[in-house]
Design a protein around this ligand. Structure first.
Ligand code: ADP
Length: 498
């Protein structure tokens, strides 16, 4: 593969900018694409060249794969980075890119296809001794047969659409009486939403954590993992806070999860950066959920603790280079936390609060990273995901990274729209979060809009911060004890060794 000289980023906003920054540092020319709503976006201004794709709706701009390929030819681009969302996991697009003699900065269309279907993914990994949630590994249509399987697995169970994604297409069934009704609904929903009615059954894990492993694979067959990200703090199955490493993963568990993730990558001959998602139960047993065949939103926390630039690694792999490091060269350095800052109103059921960024001042200082794609005075468009930025802090320990996040949140000045910053502040200072003892139900269990009193004066805020940070300091020793007790009780060793 030749060296990439000109890269087009088929995306917008923060991720487009983040990718182009790395490309620029590698001496690669950058091309941005944009819709009419994003004409003055920082990603457009940063790029060496920029192409307008069309009107604001994604279907008339960022999703126009053929048009993007045509523009690449016209501008003599030699590679496309799809970012996340939009065309990033579209196997047909990846195939067309390659057929047009362009480099796709990502895995092969075949790998995207296999991992894009939950059932195909389960089948692909079945030969590799990877723990799967107890359930069926094939599409199930016969109600009686399905009922029998559900009884075998034991209620509660989850009916999942094979083609589902983004947390959609799942139904929990508590008991046999509801089964038939829920199964019929699941099939008809899957048919109408995804054009594929195949569903399967899984054991429903009642108190799950979502922990994922970052992997990198090159074209020479080398695969490494870059440890885990804890992504259990979610709202409607969408991640809101992520951290690395996880407070409950021990070196042995990390190693076992890392090895399982590498096998998943091997099962689909994976090249590039990818993420293997696991669901973890109360006893810290982990099970393969799915693989995301792209750069993840939350990749910065991994970059902070490993010192690796994942976008640069993606580009080098796409150029056919061998990974320049081995598994044993990788180390975890400190702790990183990321919060997703959304233009949403947490006091009003997180409804998008679109408008003008009247004030927009980023926090700064040691260990703070802001990945964003807006400037003061800009309008947040209604056409896309309302994420304003990702705020990331890195420090020597988890407690320090959390305290640093409080400082960063308090230093972030945004007016003109409502944001989720106060909600994030509430979440990271909650005892369940600081103790590390939480699951994916955190928000529904602990959050009430009235907990966010936004009427504090600056002075009151300062006092509250001092109290919370002092509280964290005191908690340090307690955290270590809680987590180690949890591990002792959980019997994770038993699973690993037996
Ligand atoms: P999607 O492709 O829609 O993101 P996933 O399979 O990744 O679907 O699951 C999304 C979320 O749903 C997980 O992060 C987890 O919170 C929950 N989930 C998935 N499978 C189970 C299960 N078997 N038991 C309990 N919760 C689950």
């Amino acid at each position: 593969m030749p060296k990439i000289k000109k890269l087009l980023v088929a995306n917008r906003g923060e991720i487009s900018l983040r990718i182009m920054r790395s490309a620029k540092e590698m001496g690669i020319q950058t091309v941005a694409v944009y819709s009419e709503a994003d004409r003055l976006s920082p990603h457009v201004l940063f790029a060496d060249e920029a192409v307008c794709l069309g009107p604001p709706p994604s279907s008339e701009s960022y999703l126009l794969g053929e048009k993007i390929i045509e523009e690449c030819k016209r501008l003599e681009v030699d590679a496309i980075h799809p970012g996340y969302g939009f065309l990033s996991e579209n196997a047909d697009f990846a195939r067309k890119v390659v057929e047009n003699d362009l480099i796709f900065v990502g895995p092969s269309p075949e790998a995207i296809e296999v991992m894009g279907s939950k059932l195909a993914a389960k089948q692909a990994v079945s030969k590799y001794d990877i723990p799967l949630v107890p359930g069926t590994e094939e599409a199930i249509t016969d109600i009686e047969l399905a009922k029998g399987k559900a009884l075998e697995i034991g209620y509660p169970i989850l009916i999942k659409a094979s083609a589902g994604g983004g947390g959609k297409g799942m139904r929990v069934v508590e008991s046999e009486t509801d089964f038939e009704d829920q199964m019929n609904r699941a099939v008809s929903e899957a048919t109408s939403s995804f054009g594929d009615g195949s569903v399967f059954i899984e054991k429903f894990i009642t108190s799950p954590r979502h922990i994922e492993i970052q992997i990198l694979g090159d074209s020479k067959g080398n695969i490494v993992h870059l440890f885990e990200r804890e992504c259990s703090i979610q709202r409607r199955h969408q991640k809101v806070i992520e951290e690395a490493p996880s407070a409950v993963v021990t070196p042995d568990m990390r190693n076992a999860m890392g090895e399982a993730a590498k096998k998943v990558a091997l099962a689909c001959n994976y090249q590039g950066a990818g993420t293997v998602e696991f669901i973890v139960d109360e006893k810290l047993n982990f099970y393969f959920l799915e693989m995301n065949t792209r750069l993840q939103v939350e990749h910065p926390v991994t970059e902070m603790i490993t010192g690796k630039d994942l976008v640069k690694e993606q580009i080098l792999i796409a150029e056919g280079k061998e990974l320049s490091f081995l598994q044993e060269d990788l180390q975890i350095n400190g702790h990183a936390v990321e919060v997703r800052v959304y233009a949403e109103d947490p006091q009003n059921n997180f409804l998008p609060d679109i408008g003008n960024l009247q004030t927009y001042q980023r926090p700064n200082g040691p260990g703070i990273r802001v990945d964003d794609g807006f400037e003061e005075g800009m309008q947040i468009p209604i056409y896309y995901d309302p994420m304003i930025s990702k705020l990331i802090t890195h420090a020597g320990t988890r407690e320090e990274a959390i305290a640093r996040m409080v400082r960063a949140i308090d230093g972030y000045q945004i007016t003109g729209i409502k944001t989720t910053l106060d909600f994030c502040r509430f979440a990271i200072l909650h005892e369940a979060f600081t103790s590390g003892n939480f699951d994916t139900k955190f928000v529904e269990k602990y959050f009430k809009p009235e907990f966010l009193n936004t009427d504090f004066t600056e002075e009151e805020k300062a006092v509250l911060t001092a109290i919370s940070v002092g509280f964290l300091e005191k908690k340090k020793s307690n955290v270590a004890t809680t987590v180690s007790n949890q591990k002792k009780e959980s019997g994770w060793k038993k699973r690993l060794h037996g």
